[in-house]
Design a protein around this ligand. Structure first.
Ligand code: F6R
Length: 249
């Protein structure tokens, strides 16, 4: 499948961040009560700094925004410095006027994961769905913690992490060694993500080049979860030159 994915290639990761932050600011300027989807990881960090800067500089308020995050490590509570709740507070929420009670991150300590996951799905529906969701991509093509093999219609659920994801998240950027990385996570599904009205996936660095090329130009297949975005009506990949280096076109 050739796919509908729109590609924007930028010279630097700073430019990627500016483009993506600009999309979020425009979204909130045009619809102050937007429902936004966020991701964690290294890639969106500069975008979050730029959103915070622009929100102040251009006086765009996030006070009416509701947000949902893609995923959370199973077994970590929000105060743990490697939890995705902690990451979001630290990198974005503490720097804009979004109301904490309007920010939704799955509870990694939930007693009944299936109940937590269904409630998350229901909450997304009850606020009218996600308007704009930012995504990263794993070296193995994963989106959120939907590892290769995840079905196109998967919903929020408890999942196991692959060895490749455990290793890339313990390369010193996050956890110090692989033993510290939780083996499971709560993750929105590919179906959950595909329901968003607009998607923007960011990738930077040569390590992502293979996954990006397969996602955009390879088969529509659960083997490369990001390829399952090819038929989304409004999905843009914002790439730097390194991550775009293996694209044929
Ligand atoms: C995080 C997430 C993951 C990351 C991916 C890339 O919420 O959903 O899919 O987006 O693992 O991570 P980085 O940006 O650290 O390379």
């Amino acid at each position: 499948m050739a796919g509908n994915i729109k590609i924007v290639v930028c010279k630097t990761s700073e430019e990627v961040a500016k483009k993506c932050a600009g999309m979020f600011i425009e979204q909130v300027r045009n619809k102050p009560a937007s429902v936004l989807g966020f991701a964690t990881g290294s890639t969106p960090e500069k975008t979050y700094a730029e959103i915070a800067r622009l929100s102040k500089a251009e006086k765009v308020s996030f006070a009416k925004v509701t947000s949902f995050n893609l995923d959370e490590y199973w077994g970590l509570d929000g105060d743990h410095d490697q939890s995705y709740r902690y990451f979001m507070n630290d990198k974005l929420f503490n720097h804009i006027d979004i109301r904490t009670w309007n920010t939704n991150v799955l509870n990694g300590k939930a007693r009944f994961p299936a109940v937590e996951c269904q409630a998350y799905e229901d909450k997304i529906v009850s606020v009218g769905g996600v308007d704009l969701w930012i995504l990263g991509i794993g070296n193995n093509g994963h989106i959120a913690f939907n590892e290769p093999g995840s079905p196109v219609d998967s919903r929020t659920r408890l999942v196991s992490l692959t060895q490749s994801t455990i290793e890339s998240n313990s390369d010193g950027r996050f956890f110090k060694n692989a033993n510290e990385v939780p083996r499971c996570a709560l993750s929105t599904g590919i179906g959950t993500i595909r329901d968003a009205k607009k998607l923007v996936l960011l990738a930077t660095g040569a390590k992502k080049a293979d996954a990006v090329a397969k996602a955009v130009e390879g088969a529509f297949s659960p083997d490369v979860p990001a390829s399952l975005l090819q038929d989304h009506p409004d999905c843009t990949f914002i790439l730097d030159t390194d991550s775009a280096s293996k694209l044929k076109k």
